[in-house]
Design a binder for this molecule. Structure first.
Ligand SMILES: [Cu+2]
Length: 68
């Protein structure tokens, strides 16, 4: 497993936290550790997904995620 910490622009409330949590959980091989307004931390199986795919899952919601 690998860890990925993200800094996420555009999140403003608990609704955003819920959306980001759901999106990250939907990525195969991913366990969500924490999601807060403006950040997230997950661990993932590099055989099943990539940091790029996880960032894309967040950005597809209209947020702007970068590695923290
Ligand atoms: Cu919100």
């Amino acid at each position: 497993m690998e860890a990925l910490s993200l800094s996420i622009q555009g999140m403003s409330c608990g609704g955003c936290v819920g959306k980001v949590t759901t999106a990250l959980k939907s990525v195969p091989g991913t366990t969500v550790e924490t999601v807060a307004v403006g950040s997230a931390r997950v661990v993932f199986d590099p055989k099943k997904t990539t940091d790029t795919a996880l960032i894309a899952a967040v950005n597809n919601l209209g947020f702007k995620a970068v590695k923290a």
